[in-house]
Design a protein around this ligand. Structure first.
Ligand SMILES: [Zn+2]
Ligand SMILES: [Zn+2]
Length: 144
């Protein structure tokens, strides 16, 4: 497949349907961030387990973690429902650790680096029409 790079301003694209590879929703209506359901994963670090909530706006690196995170920590994320790990084969081009993926509807993915402090991430859209329309807030959608 061909790759197209689209630049979007931070905080304009809302991830509203992130799932684990087994199809469980990671969206958490009980935990709002910026007024929207957070993306909630289970996190393992130093033999402890706790939930981590991510701001669902793409490009906003805000999280709340039950475990204390320090810069340079590498989080190990999994689905709170089935425990499947979210790690993928692809390595971060900056830190060379495996990225993790949130699965979106229609085959898209958000991939991001699990190293605390690294902001390397990407949004992969397969069905551009459907997905870009779905993830861009209506009132903020650019004229194309
Ligand atoms: Zn799952
Ligand atoms: Zn990285």
């Amino acid at each position: 497949m061909e790759e197209i790079i689209i630049k979007v301003p931070e905080g304009k694209v809302l991830v509203s349907d992130a799932r684990c590879p087994n199809g469980h929703s990671l969206m958490n209506p009980q935990k709002l961030m910026s007024g929207k359901p957070a993306v909630t994963c289970e996190n393992r670090l130093r033999r402890k387990t706790g939930l981590i909530h991510f701001n669902p706006y793409y490009g906003i690196f805000e999280y709340e973690s039950e475990l204390i995170l320090k810069p340079g920590d590498i989080v190990d994320l999994s689905c709170p429902e089935c425990g499947v790990r979210l790690e993928v084969e692809e390595l971060c081009s900056v830190c060379h650790v495996n990225l993790f993926a949130l699965h979106l509807s229609n085959g898209g993915e958000v991939r991001a680096c699990p190293m605390v402090g690294c902001h390397n991430h990407k949004l992969i859209l397969v069905d551009l029409d459907a997905q870009f329309a779905a993830y861009y807030n209506d009132e903020r959608r650019p004229k194309m």
